[in-house]
Design a protein. Sequence first.
Length: 553
Amino acid sequence: MEFIELILINKLDGVILKYPHHDNVDGTVCITGHHLILSSRKEGVRELWLLHKNIDSIEKKENKLSGGIVQGGSVFLKCKDLRIFQLDIGSTTELNLVTQTLENLANIQDPTLFYPFFYRHMHPIMENGYTLYSIEGEFTKVLATEEWRISRVNQNYTICPGYSKGVVVPKSIDDETLSAAATFRQGGRFPVLSYRHNNGAVLLRAGQPLYGPKHRRCRPDEAILNTVVNVGMKGVIYDLRSSNSISQQQNKGGGTESPSNYSQWKIYNRSMDDVDNQQQLLESFSKLIEVCMDREISCDKWISRLESCGWPESVRNSLHTSCIIAQHIHQKAEPVLIHGTRGEDATLLVCSLVQIILNPDCRTIRGFQALIEREWLQAGHPFGTRLKSGPFAPSQARSAPTFPLFLDCVRQFLEQFPCSFEYRQCFLITLFEHAYASQFGTFLCDSDLERESRGVYDQTTSIWSWINQPDELSNYINPLYDPTPNVVWPSVAPMSFVIWEELYLRWLVVQRTEEREDQYKTIRTREQHLRAQALQLRRELLDLAHQYYGENK
């Protein structure tokens, strides 16, 4: 397919662009295979570049004059980054041609036709983001313990299509055992290591066990799990589903671990159905954005609707579940296995949040990048499917925003621990935008297998290659950052939740974020100066004391 076949009109003069907090722009629209470009030089140079993949919904409204005559109209573009543009076009024919062209280009499904495959970075790449966070490098300390190894049993993606080629497993478990265990877990997701805490306790993740109608057991799977349990203690399995969801899965051949077969493990249910249920999560996200867009209701009603949309509860539930699991690991030194049904959504979300709570490295910019690589990209979160549409798409076409939920949870951490994270929230917003539509290939496709087979790693640029450039990286540094080795425990009380105004309301309300951050930076600089002065005065006082006592001996 050629883009020219989809472009019915490629240039149009006299288009009026309207969007909040900006003056109207009278300019020329150009439509390429990947962008809508609106340019005006009437009052200085003003340009808008909009990726077609960023367009979530297209609505056309014709102007009806007296006598039923139709003359031109408006195209409303609702975007996945939550912007809403209005393009006023004077001719009805051209209005229809622009609308149809944008619908053609916005609905392209083949990832190899997306912009990352055509984008060429303007500056030399200092480091390849695709090879930056290798499994060997990320688990160096774990592999040095002689208790774990990297298995290449999935080298050809035949054991588990969702896993990467290499996974970390107990050293005493051979690949034959892993292969057998994979047949017992949903999607072939046998238990693999996610994180090892500094007290030796480990966090594993997997898919649900496939017991089938005959309630079969799987000794290889049991062997993997029992290997990580020390003598005289028990491990903990957290099934992130409600009893009702488990019962439904049992009717399909799934279920949860049998206590009789996993006697060395305590089995708990902690319902994350609001996350694993894709329909429920996307509805709550769409309602959240709907509430944020409605600025005409009273404050009391707005707050009530915000709470009833379900999104704040999903954020709190995710944080609460992660805190409970982190306590088992940090305070009791118990190994924990997490799984839901497929292990692609709530499982990865909770594993990531647990690590942010326990591991200070995940609070740095590069550590957070590595976390996303390990727990989302290499773990098989289906970005291509989950984020193919946003909250404005027709209900039957919407996708579950698990990754945006994760970013919102991290935003709550930043609110409660403003000095403990190296990155600012603009870093999270950048990831939100690029996960939906980007010139970079990092978030393309559903798995490592698909990215490799489509040439993503060879033919596109990684977002980390761009972000980690010194000039770009400085934009995301938190001026208040004060590294701490301690565990951070977020509050999950309802009053602790904050609406992510800088993301959800940024196109509707004038933001003062930069002004506040400049003030914080000034205060922090002043504090550091005063601390240095105080330290110098203490040294001078000690010198005087030594001198005084030395002279009076």
